[in-house]
Design a protein around this ligand. Structure first.
Ligand SMILES: [Zn+2]
Length: 208
């Protein structure tokens, strides 16, 4: 349960949530003045669970470096009801790297996952089983993700592939894949954080 506290100093007025079990929240962390409680205790709950995904995707993480990105992707994959997470190359796994669990928050215990040293060999096997490989990467042949008609894949299982934070997706996976998808970028940066990009693509593939 959380409570809202507000600083009483007229020139500060900082407002923040606290967990009273962990922190009494008597003094403002910004200016040190006393804080008062605003409103009653609360805990937000997910209430959209009746909304089911239209497609159940699987995921291949190709040589992700960061355990935090990997954990965040676990949590998002759980959110879209992904069938399986394939961890390719050096991608940290939840058994060997405790940091994955810090952002996965338990989703690593419910969503099936497996590790594979060669992501290309795995992708070939999955394609032979009928998976369509959709790689999220900015390349000249990439199609803006929101322009793709997902009906063209019929009921084929989909594998969403994201790659290393610096090097991007293995060119061998780009050669194999059925489609390269890209997210529109209108600002000064050429790409998003891999876990953020994954979240946008996974939700669009699962629910649109
Ligand atoms: Zn203050």
């Amino acid at each position: 349960m959380f409570e809202i506290r507000q600083c009483t100093h007229p020139e500060c007025g900082l407002r923040l949530p606290i967990d009273p079990a962990l922190y009494r929240g008597a003094y403002c962390p910004r200016c040190g003045a006393p804080m008062i409680r605003v409103g009653s205790s609360y805990q937000h709950r997910q209430t959209l669970s009746e909304l089911q995904p239209k497609r159940r995707i699987s995921v291949l993480l190709d040589n992700l470096r960061s355990a935090y990105n990997t954990g965040a992707i676990f949590r998002t994959a759980d959110g879209v009801g992904a069938a399986h997470l394939y961890l390719g190359g050096i991608t940290p796994n939840p058994t060997e790297n405790m940091a994955v669990g810090k952002t996965a928050l338990g989703s690593e215990l419910t969503i099936p996952w497996s590790s594979h040293p060669d992501a290309c060999a795995l992708a070939q096997d999955l394609q032979a089983e009928g998976f369509r490989l959709l790689v999220l990467e900015t390349t000249p042949q990439a199609v803006p993700i929101f322009d793709v008609d997902l009906q063209c894949f019929g009921t084929d299982p989909l594998l969403l592939v994201v790659g290393n934070e610096q090097a991007g997706v293995d060119p061998g996976l780009l050669e194999l894949c059925d489609l390269v998808l890209a997210l529109p970028m209108v600002g000064s940066k050429a790409s998003l954080n891999v876990a953020v990009a994954f979240g946008v693509a996974a939700y669009w593939l699962a629910f649109s």
